[in-house]
Design a protein around this ligand. Structure first.
Ligand code: AMP
Length: 494
């Protein structure tokens, strides 16, 4: 057991000038791959973690998604592993030397893709294994021999039990998104996996938050770790401008339109708490003239792929989503995130707003707060260790009456209105987290991508809401819905 109080704590965050990758003297194949990816300067987590990992020290890193932490661990590990690099075709010459564990398939795929890119000019082999698909292709890959294995814990155990991989030469272990792995209930699996590994190794633990459970995990498995915090732990990326507006349920859509317009935003994520709320809000916004798509857990894999692709390519402007999209999704430069519903779990706030302001870009996070949300605001304040000031939004007097269009998308309201099955299945309970086992079963398995986001709209193109049908005095409704007035006229004529 290591006493965490003896850790060295680096705090290079404040005003440290950005360091160029050239200063690292990475080996030529890695430097070439990094240059090809267009990285010039290191992100703060990279500037701090890479030199430490190159020295072979254990690391406890507080870094949220989008900070560049994959390169922060992958590059120095690969640099150290290059001493074993060989072009032999024998599997025995390519034992697993680095193991990267992640909570979800999407994150595993994303990290594996990055690892492959960084290692493309080396002879180091990498592979990814995760649950929910046939083991055979993964087995074939493992049997060929891989130096860097990216895995989710459950499926890795399946492969270990099937003797598809041997881990007795592992020198480096990365526990990525460790808080999420514990949330999902992976602790026993992690403990088993770690028990199979050589004691002499470098262990890196990354977590968005440093809860007491995470600290316990670190004290059990890390040796004299260097603690690295790129921002205050449990803090949101500093490049994200955050606003909390006091808006009651029925005015939220007005508020959304208003902020989009005032800020001239071209694209945004809009988070809601329930699947049903997500579908309905997306439909309503579409009716109001905004190009919108929905992404939630009830959508098929294909539908989710299409939704994401439509957003990435700029075919849609708004991606209305539940928390399945809060983690792992790497779309660069999403200009804004809206919390249409304030999240039930404060940690999700960090993850949601982590979709914007990625890798140093500027971002905007807007949260709508109803009167009954006070406790959830207090939870976020506690997590961020910052007092949240609620702001008022001024609406123009000639506000269109969108609230009468029949789709009120506040989760609570729907809870009252919808049938009991929707209530049971769709609306998450306000307070307690689901029991661990359920949590694990319902863990988000979503097709997240690492394909760089390219805005399809020209920079000067007018955002959809400029032309949207929510104009003063004009009701914006679907062409399929006849307005009440016309129907009444029809009756009169008859
Ligand atoms: P990560 O937090 O590792 O998921 O990285 C988030 C995104 O930032 C990924 O798309 C990376 O390709 C990108 N990225 C990582 N490091 C850098 C860097 N030094 N410069 C520019 N982009 C980077």
């Amino acid at each position: 057991m290591t006493d965490l109080t003896s850790d060295i704590s680096l705090d290079l965050t404040a005003d440290t000038p950005p360091m160029a990758f050239a200063q690292l003297q990475l080996s030529a194949p890695l430097a070439r791959a990094v240059a090809e990816m267009g990285y010039e300067t290191m992100t703060p987590i990279q500037a701090q973690a890479i030199p430490v990992v190159l020295q072979g020290r254990d690391v406890m890193g507080a870094a949220q998604t989008g900070t560049g932490k994959t390169a922060a661990f992958a590059l120095p590990l690969m640099q150290r592993m290059l001493q074993h690099e060989n072009a032999s075709t024998s599997p025995a010459r390519h034992p697993v030397r680095a193991l990267v564990l992640l909570p979800t398939r999407e994150l595993a795929v994303q990290v594996a893709e990055q690892v492959e890119l960084y290692g493309k000019y080396t002879n180091l082999r990498s592979a990814v294994v995760f649950g929910g698909m046939d083991m055979k292709p993964q087995t074939l890959e493992l049997k060929k021999g891989v130096e860097v294995l990216v895995a989710t814990p459950g499926r890795l155990l399946d492969h270990i039990e099937a003797k598809n991989c041997v881990l007795n030469q592992v020198e480096y272990v990365v526990l990525d998104e460790a808080d999420r792995m514990l949330d999902i209930g992976f602790l026993p699996d992690l403990q088993r996996i770690l028990s199979y590994l050589p004691k002499q190794r470098t262990t890196l633990l990354f977590s968005a938050t440093f809860s007491s459970e995470i600290k316990r995990l670190a004290s059990s498995y890390l040796q004299d770790p260097v603690t690295i915090e790129v921002a205050r732990s449990n803090a949101a990326a500093s490049t994200v401008e955050q606003h909390f507006y006091s808006v009651e349920g029925e005015d939220k859509r007005h508020a959304l339109h208003q902020v989009l317009k005032d800020r001239g935003l071209k694209q945004a994520f809009v988070f809601v708490n329930s699947k049903l709320g997500c579908a309905r809000l997306a439909r309503s916004l579409e009716h109001e003239g905004l190009k919108t798509t929905a992404l939630h857990g009830d959508k098929s894999q294909d539908e989710r792929l299409k939704a994401l692709e439509a957003f990435k390519s700029g075919v849609v402007d708004l991606l209305v989503c539940t928390d399945v999209a809060a983690r792992g999704l790497d779309i660069k430069d999403v200009p804004a995130v809206f919390n249409f519903d304030i999240p039930f779990h404060a940690e999700d706030y960090i993850h949601r707003i982590g979709r914007t302001g990625r890798a140093g870009a500027e971002g905007l996070a807007v949260t709508f707060v109803a009167k009954c949300d006070q406790r959830l605001v207090a939870d976020i304040e506690k997590l961020l260790k910052t007092k949240i000031e609620l702001e008022a939004l001024e609406f123009p007097e000639n506000l269109p009456d969108i609230r009468k269009q029949g789709h009120i998308n506040d989760g609570r309201r729907m809870y009252q209105q919808d049938d009991s099955s929707a209530r049971r299945d769709d609306f998450a309970p306000r307070n307690p987290r689901p029991p661990r086992s359920d949590y694990r079963r319902s863990a988000a398995h979503d097709p997240f991508f690492d394909k760089p986001y390219e805005a399809a709209l020209p920079a000067d193109a007018a955002p959809a809401w400029e032309a949207a049908a929510v104009r003063p005095g004009v009701r914006s409704i679907s062409s399929n819905i006849k307005s009440k007035r016309k129907v009444a006229a029809l009756f009169c004529a008859a």
